[in-house]
Design a protein around this ligand. Structure first.
Ligand SMILES: Cc1cc2nc3c(=O)[nH]c(=O)nc-3n(C[C@H](O)[C@H](O)[C@H](O)COP(=O)(O)O)c2cc1C
Length: 261
């Protein structure tokens, strides 16, 4: 199955910070009426490095990171407690776009959780109390009984508090990659990342390399682990010393990444 992609994301189009760029693309996804445009696939790994992925909904973002809500006792909650590194992907396929985030997730403050919990519909509030997320239960009727018990428990209460084991995480990015499908597999792939993250990808000595713009393509390829294309893909890398507010993006080079679809 092969189809050509018509969009473009060139360096000059990239916003000054990842959050502005993300906001533009999220806005495009909403305007295009895509289903669940704020859905992202979140990957975590346990203490042994075994990965797991699932969909969650983005409930907020700013320069600090991407916020989602969940049960802290869930599998993802337990995995993040053991290993806070996480990765998330927004796949806006009809727009031929993908945003990939690599970073570290930390619980948001209880005050932030409480503020969000207050505006959730009552049914969702009750569900957060009643559902032992990721735990195996005997039957659906067991869950429904827990919902009824929760409704009875809070019958006279207008404002349910957030359950202590439920709340938000903020995924603080170390790298945000914007991928735009282009014609002839010459896709655009622009990355905003910490220099440290870039170096950790394979060349620790780059911590000392202030100016990456002198790197040759071969060197860059070995740095990124990407090989020269058989099917060409164009990937531009932008490296910033600080992710937020991303003051000083450095154009490195166009590099080639192998990709097969
Ligand atoms: C469209 C969609 C949105 C979802 N949003 C959330 C969410 O915001 N928070 C959440 O905890 N689970 C959400 N889920 C359910 C998760 O994918 C997952 O089943 C659940 O969180 C348990 O995952 P875990 O056992 O890996 O922790 C969503 C699922 C779908 C399909």
């Amino acid at each position: 199955m092969r189809r050509e992609y018509a969009g473009a994301l060139i360096e000059g189009d990239l916003a000054a910070t990842w959050s502005i760029q993300f906001g533009r693309w999220l806005g495009d996804a909403i305007a295009a009426d895509l289903p669940e445009p704020n859905a992202m696939v979140l990957a975590t790994a346990d203490g042994q490095g075994r990965p797991g992925a699932r969909t969650v909904l983005l409930k907020g973002y700013d320069e600090q990171g991407f916020v989602f809500y969940t049960n802290y006792d869930s599998r993802k909650g337990r995995e993040l407690a053991a290993n806070p590194h996480a990765s998330a992907v927004f796949a806006w396929l009809p727009l031929q776009r993908q945003v990939r985030i690599d970073g570290v997730a930390a619980p948001v403050s209880r005050a932030e959780t409480a503020e969000y919990f207050r505006v959730r519909p009552r049914g969702a509030q009750v569900g957060a109390w009643a559902s032992p997320q990721s735990a195996v239960i005997g039957s659906r009727s067991e869950l429904e009984a827990a919902v009824t018990a929760t409704e009875n428990r809070f019958a006279g209460t207008d404002d349910l508090p957030a359950p202590p084991n439920w709340g938000g995480y903020r995924l603080v990015p170390e790298a945000v990659e914007f991928w735009q499908g282009r014609e002839s597999r010459l896709h655009d792939r622009l990355i905003l990342c910490h220099l440290e993250w870039f170096a950790d990808e394979g060349r620790p000595d780059l911590h000392a390399a202030r100016d990456l713009t002198d790197l040759g393509l071969d060197e860059l390829d070995s740095l990124t682990g990407h090989r020269a294309p058989l099917e060409a893909e164009h990937a531009a890398l932008w490296v910033s010393r600080e992710l937020h507010p991303a003051p000083d993006h450095r154009r490195v080079h166009g590099s080639a990444a192998e990709e097969r679809v």
